[in-house]
Design a protein around this ligand. Structure first.
Ligand code: MN
Length: 250
């Protein structure tokens, strides 16, 4: 089993180190990850300058680029090596509901779809001290289950692991994405030259955290596994837009 490991927090991040260590117990690993924190980079690609790759260790490469860059270059000729599985994380914080459209962790997994096999994004959800070593054991169990019981090739699994002690985990749940309220207010400051600058505020609280959602699972100490699809079409609303176009004779 050949496993490509990436993330958005950087190749040095504790969550990635813990995940890579567990993946090495399952097979041959290559780590290809950003050289800095790229959280909330989504699927951005670098097109305006070249992408520099630096070997940091036996099987570790840092990339001056985004998470999607990392997986793209790893799968398209940077090395003579083709993975059976792409995993991303373990992110320093949750990727629940609306978070998935901003997440670089999830984007790295989405970029892994190129190899035509499932990919998995792992995130640690909660407050306080994060036990990445414990979460990485859970991540390995998810990967082992996937290897033993493969999912369809176009499945991206978004896995959120509650940041509670492993002994307090209640189990695993298949979930759908919940929803967040709009993000918190901007934080306004003055720079040293008197100009107004803004910091983007914190994420919104959960709005839809009903039973069956990713929020509900992690809030109740269950590991949340949400299958994601690249298809963002709002299928239910296609007939509505068809009707709406009739108004103009289309
Ligand atoms: Mn991150």
């Amino acid at each position: 089993m050949k496993i490509l490991v990436s993330n958005d927090d950087g190749w040095f991040a504790d969550g990635l180190l813990a995940l890579a260590a567990q993946m090495r117990t399952l097979g041959e690993v290559r780590v290809v990850a950003p050289d800095r924190n790229c959280s909330a980079a989504s699927s951005a690609l670098t097109l305006v300058h070249p992408i520099r790759v630096t070997r940091q260790g036996e099987d570790v490469y840092s990339v001056h680029g985004t998470p999607a860059d990392c997986v793209l270059v790893a799968l398209n000729g940077m090395m003579e090596w083709s993975p059976d599985l792409v995993v991303s994380g373990i992110n320093n914080g949750p990727n629940l509901g609306d978070d998935v459209i901003y997440s670089g962790t999830v984007a790295a997994a989405f970029e892994g779809r190129q190899i035509g096999k499932p990919a998995i994004a792992f995130s640690l959800s909660g407050d306080g001290e994060f036990d990445y070593a414990g979460a990485a054991i859970t991540a390995r169990e998810v990967v082992e289950h996937l290897i033993a019981h493969p999912l369809p090739a176009d499945t991206i699994l978004n896995v959120n692991i509650p940041a509670c002690p492993r002994a307090e985990l209640k189990g695993w749940r298949a979930t759908r994405l919940g929803r967040r309220k709009r993000s918190q207010q901007l934080i306004e400051q003055r720079d040293p030259r008197g100009q107004t600058v803004y910091w983007i505020g914190g994420v919104g609280e959960a709005e839809d955290a009903a039973e069956g959602t990713d929020f509900h699972a992690v809030y109740n100490n269950y590991v949340s596994l949400t299958p994601l699809d690249i298809d963002m079409s709002h299928h239910r609303n296609v007939p509505q837009v068809e009707g709406w176009l009739k108004e103009r004779g289309e």
